[in-house]
Ligand binder design. Structure first.
Ligand code: NAP
Length: 474
């Protein structure tokens, strides 16, 4: 059973997915207000770029401290707005504070000049900021996604127009407040309360020099096209359907623990969730039985209650979409070992579901399943495991579990994705690059690689004043 809010409200609103009730709504900003914000961001860039990198890093370090101080308040807000289990919200705040701290501590070093050898002179790549960068962010990790984008750009000296998901407006405003309270000057970080359909127009504004979107292929294709048409740099962090390969049945309890963590963190609403379990035939039956048992044991309830183990999805619409994908598979012959429907209670709840017998005829084979639904495939060789893993339009993360490290590494190297973890579900750390290939997007966030995505990596060459001039132009 599900209920949707009967109230017609602004598209920018907090609707608690635990009961589908409207909590608070916000009018979208006018175009004039958005254009003013963009002009202010451009104006602020002229002074922010001249503030030394160490001072910018100090302010981002203050933001890290504030995030720790406000962690509980932010965690409660995230749980209210998108239904995350409170424990998972707290973990998000911890990782987010660590990311900002990493940006503060390591940013100046990562952005230092990079000397190059040159006969008769000296050369260096210097990392200059580009200017105003637009960041469109999703609701699934509404604090982590913001800091992953904003932390490096603030230290680098770019200014930010942040367009957050329409269903997490209060978290969006709380993040703007956090950066302002940390001392980031006016105009350097501005939250735009606008809908997704307005983003392309912002990307196309003359003052904007780059755009990053984390979210769906639809949003990514749109922002990527607008940026490309206007010769602006873009980074796209999109969806995934990550393989989770089980090579053998050794230590199976541990592997099933990892499968649960990989599939169920954030109720499966993570781009790097383990969405497709690919299990060697020798371990298949045991894996399915134990995994299904663990999924069946999850208990729905209030996500703000620490005892709850099954939270709602982020919205009624998300729950309906996932249920349609499951129904499509069941109609075409797949079997639900556990689950298969909605939970009979108000709110955006979907039953934890394990599907077997999924074939390419079914949406579940090709599409991203964004929620507590796993597909398990049986394979008979490492080659077949790699073939199934790579038979996906996505290429974000992946995991390989096995007791023989050389074999696991060999399989991992053959997976077409941006990240692969061995004997651990795909995860995120401040110093590790995050991003994908194929329909999962392009570019990276975090680490030394992500730090420079929106840098002008400018070559500066110094020759002695009396250097003979040659005409060796490229
Ligand atoms: P979404 O609809 O694309 O929303 C993401 C952001 O883009 C929101 O702020 C949204 O605004 C905006 N947006 C929507 N349509 C747009 C358009 N046509 N042009 C420009 N901006 C647009 O994505 P979602 O479905 O909410 O987010 C979940 C997806 O994000 C999943 O596929 C997940 O795998 C992916 N994700 C990827 C990563 C990664 O690092 N690769 C990380 C987290 C999530 P509105 O809210 O106003 O529509």
């Amino acid at each position: 059973m599900s209920t949707s809010s009967a109230v017609r409200h602004s598209p920018i609103a907090t609707v608690n997915p635990y009961n589908n009730q409207l909590v608070r709504e916000f009018p979208p900003m006018s175009r004039e207000a958005v254009d003013n914000a963009a002009q202010n961001a451009q104006h602020a860039f002229q002074s922010w770029r001249r503030v030394g990198v160490d001072e910018r890093a100090t302010l981002v370090g203050r933001a890290a401290r504030l995030l720790r101080e406000r962690g509980e308040e932010l965690a409660q807000l995230v749980t209210l707005e998108m239904g995350k289990l409170i424990g998972h919200s707290r973990a998000e705040m911890d990782l987010s504070a660590r990311i900002l701290q990493y940006c503060a501590d390591e940013g100046p070093g990562l952005l230092a000049d990079e000397p190059l050898e040159l006969d008769g002179g000296s050369a260096a790549v210097v990392n200059d900021p580009l200017g105003v960068i637009v960041g469109a962010q999703p609701w699934n990790f509404p604090v982590y996604q913001v800091v992953r984008f904003a932390g490096p750009n603030l230290v680098l000296g770019n200014t930010i127009l942040l367009k957050h998901a329409s269903n997490t407006p209060q978290t969006a405003l709380a993040m703007e407040r956090l950066f302002t309270d940390a001392g980031i000057p006016q105009g350097v970080y501005t939250n735009l309360l606008i809908t997704g359909s307005e983003v392309d127009r912002v990307v196309e504004l003359d003052v904007v020099r780059g755009a990053s979107l984390t979210g769906s292929e639809r949003g990514g294709a749109s922002v990527g096209a607008s940026a490309g048409r206007n010769m602006k740099k873009s980074v796209l962090e999109l969806g995934g359907s990550d393989p989770f390969i089980v090579l053998d049945g050794d230590n199976l309890d541990h592997t099933v623990d990892a499968a649960m963590a990989g599939r169920m963190h954030n109720m499966g609403q993570s781009c790097v969730s383990a969405k497709r379990m690919i299990v060697m035939s020798s371990a298949f039956d045991r894996f399915v039985t134990e995994f299904a048992q663990r999924m069946r044991a999850l208990q729905p309830g209030d996500p703000a209650d620490e005892a709850t183990t099954l939270a709602p999805l982020s919205s009624e619409r998300a729950a309906e979409k996932l249920s349609d994908q499951v129904l499509d598979a069941l109609d075409k012959g797949a079997i639900a070992v556990v689950g298969g429907g909605r939970v009979d209670r108000p709110g955006a709840f979907v039953q934890p579901t394990v599907l077997v017998g999924v074939t390419p005829m079914m949406r579940a084979f090709h599409e991203e399943l964004f929620g507590p639904v796993a597909v398990v495939y049986q394979v008979h060789s490492d080659d077949e495991a790699v073939e199934v893993a790579n038979d996906s339009p996505y290429g974000l993360g992946g995991a390989v579990f096995g007791s023989d490290p050389a074999r696991a590494r060999s399989v991992a190297r053959r997976i077409d994705s941006g990240m692969v973890w061995i004997n651990h579900p795909t995860s995120s750390e401040p110093n590790l690059p995050f991003g994908g290939i194929k329909l999962s997007g392009y570019g990276r966030e975090l680490s030394s690689i992500g730090f420079k995505e929106f840098a002008n990596r400018k070559l500066v060459v110094t020759m002695p004043a009396d250097t003979p001039i040659t005409d060796a132009l490229g």
